[in-house]
Design a protein around this ligand. Sequence first.
Ligand SMILES: [Zn+2]
Length: 428
Amino acid sequence: MKLAPLLLTNIGQLLTLRSVQTGPRRGPSLVDLDIIQNAAVLCLAGKIVSVGTVKEALRDPWLKKHRKKVTEIDCGGHVVLPGFVDSHTHPVFMQPRLVDFEKRIAGADYEAIAEAGGGIRSSLAGVREASRLPLTQKVLSVLRELARHGTTTVEAKSGYGLSLESELKSLEAIRAAASQWQGTVIPTFLGAHVVPPEYSGRSQSYVEIVCKEMLPAVAKRKLAKFVDVFCDRGAFSEIECSTIFGAALEHGFAVRAHLGQLSSPKAGFIEATLECCRPTSFDHMDYVRDHEVTALAKSDTVVTFVPGANYFLGLAKYPPARKYIDADVAVALATDYNPGTSPTVSMPMAMSLACTHMKMFPAEVISSATINGAWALGVADRKGSVEAGKDADLAIFDVRDYREIPYWFGVNRCVQTIIGGVALRSSA
Ligand SMILES: [Zn+2]
């Protein structure tokens, strides 16, 4: 099917986030959104071909000649930005975790709930019993909901199966859902989410299954780009994480980790891992030491904040974003969509939390949710900014000033999402 050319015009503020440097944005460059007022964007065959003011667009000789063939969207003075890149989600599960929700209200903390059989382990039965089709439908409905909130690229993890069969099934559900969705899905294998109950007290044996059975099977079927490990108290140790990373790299995967959510990693682990494994991202990172921040600033590893989890767990402590940003660490922002600790598809909500609880500026959260999210997934060559040659993934927000995106929390101001040069829906 041939795509009609698409022209977005009458854009009040176009946040282009065009490249200012190579590599992810750091420090002061996070606030440089490169905004064009009264702008237009022309998309052809799913790609952005020109970006500028409406005046410039109207002078474009190609556009003058082909105007009749072009589908035009009048953005009504609204704000347009690159579609969000949500670089951390867990969409493969069947049921919400309402018992945990109420237990937490009654005073139990994350670890107490996990020890009582709740938490990640309580999602296992649903995934293990489900066939691939309902899992696929679940994932697809999440992807569609994400798109309605302005997200066009999504990292999706397995991790609620925790057996060879159900991890493969989860990744196949991600692949099947991705093939039915217009946006881009980056799959991640998270077999090392927690130790499943049948390996209780024998985490070493489970790590061996992950390395010797699961990783080769996932690699053979090309079901994931990344391997992720939840490395923290109550999950996997630093040594286990290093073992899994070693095996993952041997199989050609890139690596990322859930780190520093509940406790500080062992001294030296971050520096050694940056050196040996070049992880694309460390996520959460609520707990960090000064020398680790210095090491991270010298690396290309992105630190991905997921404040939705802190919010939903009712924590007073949030990741020390200013410390990272002021030290020039590359930072990104994601929803951490999952049934236990962050059941939200809303990047604007994550952005709002980062502003109010982590003292990030609106411009910083926008860079973190777009171009730096793309760096956190290794797709910055085609995603995360509005510039010629990139995929035509855009979001239109019913606001006049970009700062309103994180300001109006708890409502969805995204009125249209464009993926690959096609408008998904239109509403007032
Ligand atoms: Zn997570």
